[in-house]
Design a protein around this ligand. Structure first.
Ligand code: ADP
Length: 363
């Protein structure tokens, strides 16, 4: 047997309620009214009226009037109640049908569809949460599309270079040389770097990166990082300095993630600072510890500064320079700092240098 729809169920339930009400009314009336009428007649006779001749006619008249009255009450009342019930069921069903249509459209990929508000509070709440969900889905979908288009753009360049060299080598237009092979290796290393960074970024953006915060003294980490990076400095390049206060309060952070951020900031500073100095400093202010990496390098143009934390963004100059960067490092750093409850900022002046500073909550 086919299952009944909600509208039919509502309508039927109204009808059942109405029928029970009407039948109770009719039965109770049928049982009591004639008796009460007869009683009334007897009382009239008792008070001196002579109803002997008309009594039978009166009772028949009453019966007739009662039946007609009952018939019309049932007919008119039943029709009115039935019609009303139909209208009410339809009114409740209308938004439900609309919800069904819109959810089907969203499921089919039209993520911009939204439910209108309803005068029924429960349905209105449902519409609000549905719209919220659809907006979230739309955002995820938009970010996914952006990521794919950024990614194809970023992958295309090294792939085109590798393809060009390989084709040249294959048809003999390029003579094989150590230099060519080194270039090929550089491009493939870049591809590998891009893939690794992307994996990190997607995990960080989706919030899957495990963060194990604990009370940490950052002094040993900062010292060892500065030592490690000092080994990479070239003779006439910048000098690396560490400027820490006498007492460095412990922070609530994940050691590995803080190290990852610092490696990125120091790596950038080294990459974009041909001479001068790179200074790592730290200070505490209210309930936060701030760590800064300041360089005297190329700097970043004011119009570029707001974009440095966007994924895949690199200044034109660093693209030209073939810095080997992927433009993902700072996006990952920002996400990692935010996941640990901090913030990260960049200040810079073109030709003078840049300062990247981030905060971590004190333990
Ligand atoms: P990349 O891997 O390209 O360095 P990042 O996300 O770490 O990616 O940095 C994005 C861009 O920001 C860089 O390509 C560079 O143009 C600019 N940038 C970052 N750090 C510095 C800095 N210390 N000095 C100048 N420019 C910088």
């Amino acid at each position: 047997m086919a299952k009944l729809g909600l509208r039919s169920r509502l309508f039927l339930s109204h009808l059942v309620v109405m029928m029970v009400g009407l039948s109770t009314l009719l039965i109770v009336n049928k049982l009591f009214s004639p008796r009460l009428f007869v009683l009334h007649l007897e009382r009239l006779e008792g008070s001196g009226f002579n109803l002997l001749l008309v009594r039978q006619r009166l009772v028949e008249g009453f019966d007739y009037a009662w039946s007609r009255g009952a018939f019309w009450s049932v007919a008119v009342g039943g029709t009115a109640a039935g019609g009303l019930s139909y209208l009410v069921s339809r009114r409740i069903m209308q938004p439900l049908v609309q919800i069904e249509n819109v959810t089907q459209k969203v499921a089919a990929g039209h993520l911009e569809e939204r439910l209108p508000s309803s005068e029924i509070p429960e349905l209105n709440r449902l519409a609000l949460s549905f719209n919220h969900m659809a907006a979230n889905l739309e955002g995820v979908e938009q970010r996914r599309q952006e990521l794919v288009s950024d990614l194809t753009h970023e992958l295309r360049t090294p792939l085109t270079v590798v393809e060009g060299y390989l084709e040249g080598l294959a048809d003999g237009t390029i003579a094989p040389s150590t230099d060519i092979y080194q270039r090929l290796a550089r491009e493939t290393a870049r591809l590998r770097q891009l893939v690794n960074d992307l994996q990190e970024l997607s995990q960080a953006e989706a919030g899957y990166l495990p963060i194990h915060t604990q009370a940490l003294d950052l002094r040993p980490l900062l010292k060892s990082l500065v030592e490690r990076f000092s080994d990479q400095l070239v003779e006439d390049g910048p000098v690396l300095k560490l400027d820490l206060p006498a007492d460095l309060p412990p922070v609530l952070a994940d050691l590995q993630r803080v190290e990852q951020v610092l490696i990125n900031l120091l790596g950038n500073a080294l990459r974009y600072t041909p001479e001068g100095s790179i200074t790592v400093s730290a200070w505490s202010k209210s309930d936060k510890l701030w760590i800064a990496v300041q360089d005297t390098g190329y700097g970043i143009a004011p119009e570029d500064l707001p974009h440095v934390f966007e994924r895949f963004w690199r200044s034109d100059r660093s693209r030209d320079r073939h810095s080997g960067g992927t433009g993902i490092g700072l996006s990952i750093s920002r996400r990692l700092i935010e996941l640990q409850g901090g913030t990260i900022h960049a200040e810079s002046e073109l030709g003078k240098g840049s300062t990247f500073r981030f905060s971590l909550p004190l333990a």
